[in-house]
Design a protein around this ligand. Structure first.
Ligand code: NOJ
Ligand code: CA
Length: 561
């Protein structure tokens, strides 16, 4: 095993300021040419990630899975899906990443298993009230013959959140809960056995050297034991979730003791292991997950969904820094992931606010890709100048856009089927990466291989190879930003100070020598002359920052930026 070259500074754990990179493994790099990204492909691209300058990778689920929801339907938490590789390869990848100075986070999916998990098979084969059924949420139906679902909860992918089972003798049986697809039965976190199992799974991977976990649906595990009706009409569901108070299955208070026990496990390992929560909760409740004996970090989704507007961005930044500051947690910035429309596309539209679904592209109107690209560059420099840690989603460093014309027959997101073909879902941000060459598969796999989703022909202009070493490319912008961020002490400060600026311009100071200005107005913004340009997302002409661009400044003059 190669020796690890990761250096630790005991005072500040790495994850407080890290830049992590999300690897959606199915679409990252295909080592064996079957059209599906895999561990071999990821290993071959570790030098690229090192050169990019990231501190860690987060690998989306790579466990055995029927892939009904891109691997978020896990059949065995201690193994690797054969389409991605083997456990031995996974261990080698972890060691190699460490040798490159890159930490590795995995994705843990504790809210639900796959319906192909042995536990679920055992539950179906066992009678109502059995310990095997108690690992999930099985209930009798309502109505005289039990033909109505136990309550009115809805699946996040559309349709109801309950499916009726068939008993071994062929008669209709109990119902089980699935807040996502029917192939993703929800676990019963009131069960001691469930808790013990996940603690053991965490140890299994910590023992293999992983540095932490992204916690899927961290806000969903605990349910109100009475499973009461929501009593909300369908069209108000998302609105209700946003303002939820005492919701029976999102952000239930019982969830916190689970994370207290997980934190103890992480802390019992050497090095700084970390959790990052995917918790869609009301903003004023997110810090509850980040108390010092719970999870370390949580994605800032209000930042990700914010429109490209100065007041909205400034306000979301302030709110996040204030609430996290109260519990001593660092902010975790993110602009993209595998569930939402890519930023180049959403910032190129008239309406830049991301809808409740994160991917309701049909209603979003036309997109100006040049404008979206400019703004995505500016947004990246804004995000990377903020105090705290940040996550990149594979392909954002290449300026990839949302692929909105995938043929319907190829769509894989369960959302498409569950909404009766009305919402296309999230496949458009999951199209395999273009690495090199003039035509598909653009180096994603060997020549002649067919990626699992088709890549746009126009991506030949956005391959890593085309952009590498090309001044002004998106890739070189990200590389420069990460290099500067690592090297400049000013970026280590955990706070920022807003500076005076005209309407539409956000300007802040990270340290006496480091400033950032974002121009969201329609006028060029004159920069103070006694500050030097460290990096800018667009060309600075005559000392002016163009609209839709960001600059990092270096200096120490008395005048405001
Ligand atoms: C959040 C994941 O990011 C998403 O892709 C998945 O569909 C759901 N959780 C369910 O696991
Ligand atoms: Ca493959």
């Amino acid at each position: 095993m190669p020796r690890t070259r990761i250096h630790r500074t005991p005072a500040t754990p790495w994850w407080r300021t890290a830049v992590s990179y999300q690897v959606y493994i199915r679409s990252f790099a295909d080592g064996n040419g079957d059209g599906i990204g895999d561990i071999a492909g990821l290993r071959a691209r570790l030098p690229y990630l090192k050169e990019l300058g990231v501190d860690a990778i987060w690998v989306t689920p790579w466990y055995p899975s029927p892939m009904k929801d891109g691997g978020y339907d896990v059949a065995d938490y201690r193994a690797i899906d054969p389409s991605f590789g083997t456990l031995a390869e996974a261990e080698e990848m972890i060691a190699e990443a460490h040798a490159h100075g890159i930490r590795v986070l995995l994705d843990i999916v504790p809210n639900h298993t796959s319906d192909q998990h042995t536990w679920f098979a055992e539950a179906l084969a066992s009678p109502p009230g059995s310990p095997e059924r108690d690992r999930y949420l099985f209930r009798d139906g309502r109505g005289p013959d039990g033909s109505l679902p136990p309550n009115d909860w809805r699946s996040r992918f559309g349709g109801r959140a309950w499916t009726r089972t068939t008993d071994p003798d062929g008669t209709p049986g109990q119902w089980y809960l699935h807040l996502f697809a029917p192939e993703q039965p929800d676990l019963n976190w009131a069960s001691r056995e469930v808790r013990a199992e996940f603690e053991s799974i965490l140890r299994f991977w910590f023992d293999r050297g992983v540095d932490g976990f992204r916690v899927d649906v961290a806000h969903g595990l605990a349910k109100d034991p009475a499973l009461p009706d929501l009593g909300i009409p369908e069209e108000l569901l998302f609105e209700h979730e946003r303002h939820r108070e005492g919701h029976p299955h999102w952000d239930h208070d019982d969830v916190h003791e689970i994370y207290q026990s997980w934190r103890k496990i992480a802390d019992s390992y050497a090095g700084d292991r970390v959790f990052v929560a995917e918790a869609h909760v009301r903003e004023d409740r997110l810090a509850n997950y980040l108390r010092s004996d719970e999870l370390h970090t949580a994605f800032n989704f209000p930042f990700l969904t914010a429109p490209w507007e100065p007041e909205a961005l400034r306000s979301v930044i302030d709110r996040n820094l204030a609430s996290h500051g109260e519990v001593g947690a660092p902010a975790t910035w993110v602009l993209a992931n595998h569930d939402v429309t890519r930023q180049v596309t959403r910032f190129g539209r008239k309406k830049t606010l991301l809808g409740e679904h994160g991917y309701d592209i049909e209603s979003a109107g036309p997109c100006d890709l040049d404008l979206g690209t400019r703004r995505a560059r500016a947004a990246a420099l804004l995000m990377l100048a903020l105090p705290g840690n940040a996550y990149l989603y594979q392909g954002e460093e290449l300026g990839l856009w949302e692929v909105e014309d995938i043929p319907e027959a190829l769509l894989r997101d369960p959302t498409w089927e569950r909404t009766g073909g009305t919402v296309r879902g999230r496949d458009g941000c999951r199209v395999p990466m273009p690495w090199s060459g003039a035509e598909a598969p653009f180096g994603f796999g060997p020549r002649g291989s067919k990626p699992w989703l088709p890549q746009p022909r126009e991506w030949h202009g956005r391959t890593a190879q085309t952009q590498s070493g090309t001044p002004g490319s998106m890739l070189e912008l990200y590389r420069s930003a990460l290099r500067l961020r690592r090297g400049q002490r000013g970026f280590a400060a955990e706070s920022l100070r807003w500076l005076e600026a005209p309407p539409g311009v956000l300007s802040f100071e990270r340290a006496a020598v480091l400033r950032c200005a974002v121009n969201l107005s329609s006028e060029p913004y004159p920069l103070a002359k006694d500050w030097g340009v460290l990096l800018s997302s667009d060309r600075i002409e005559n000392g002016k920052l163009p609209p839709d661009s960001t600059v990092w400044l270096w200096g120490g003059g008395a005048r405001a930026v």
